[in-house]
Design a protein around this ligand. Structure first.
Ligand code: DX5
Ligand code: ZN
Length: 221
């Protein structure tokens, strides 16, 4: 479970981080947006550094920015645990993945709903994380796109066949209704923004999402 801070109350960010940490979150998902790759603007290395000082959770930094290679050093120094770049934003994705790893940070690659995962096939042995977007990136609170599930299944199958160890993360529209299908398709990490921070009780929300994620399909389903 990786709660996305995009839906947190930024007036009291540290408190929000402590709440999800105490509630059993595994990672903290940080959405970085530049107003170009996506129509929204959010936070940069300064906030990642502040978060690093506020929690022991791994910081899962999702870069929704053009030319991410320009900022990798800053985000790595700020304390990112994972740096994930979008395939659509990198002309030389393989190079960028290796630049991330050279900085001592784990490397992730993300694909938008419209992007086939096969574009990643040649570098799947090199990455620590693959992020499948299940909404068009830019905003929290959007509706899950079920048509991305075959992509998750393909990535899971390939990892099993080739022995790849990447985490398989799904981001966007995850809630109690969608979590189980995503996990059954092979995801290992669920990002959730509004389903966690939009609820009055984040601990209850995280527990409910975990339970929903492992619920077996009923007979006949
Ligand atoms: C969307 C971001 C997501 C977003 C998820 O562009 O990458 O991480 O915060 O929010 P929900 O869970 O509300 O769809
Ligand atoms: Zn995200």
């Amino acid at each position: 479970m990786a709660p996305s801070l995009l839906s947190a109350d930024f007036r009291r960010l540290q408190e929000e981080v402590r709440r999800v940490e105490a509630a059993g979150a595994d990672w903290l998902h940080v959405d970085v947006m530049d107003g170009h790759f996506v129509p929204n603007l959010t936070v940069g290395p300064l906030v990642v550094e502040a978060l690093r000082g506020s929690t022991r959770l791994p910081l899962d930094v999702h870069l929704m920015i053009e030319n991410p290679e320009r900022y990798l050093g800053e985000f790595a120094r700020a304390g990112a645990s994972f740096l994930t770049v979008h395939a659509e934003a990198c002309r030389h994705l393989h190079r960028v993945v290796h630049q991330i790893k050279e900085k001592g940070t784990r490397a992730g690659v993300a694909v938008n709903p419209a992007t086939p995962p096969q574009v990643l096939e040649y570098l799947l042995g090199d990455v620590d994380l693959v992020l499948v977007m299940s909404v068009n990136p830019g905003f929290a609170g959007q509706t899950f796109i079920p048509a991305v599930l075959p992509k998750v299944r393909w990535l899971k199958r390939l990892a099993a066949e080739k022995g790849y160890g990447y985490e398989l993360e799904v981001d966007g529209g995850i809630n109690r209704a969608t979590a189980a299908d995503v996990i059954r398709s092979g995801a290992s990490v669920l990002v959730a923004g509004s389903a966690v921070f939009g609820s009055g009780d984040v601990a209850e929300a995280i527990t409910a999402l975990r339970q929903a994620a492992v619920t077996r399909p009923s007979p006949g389903e």
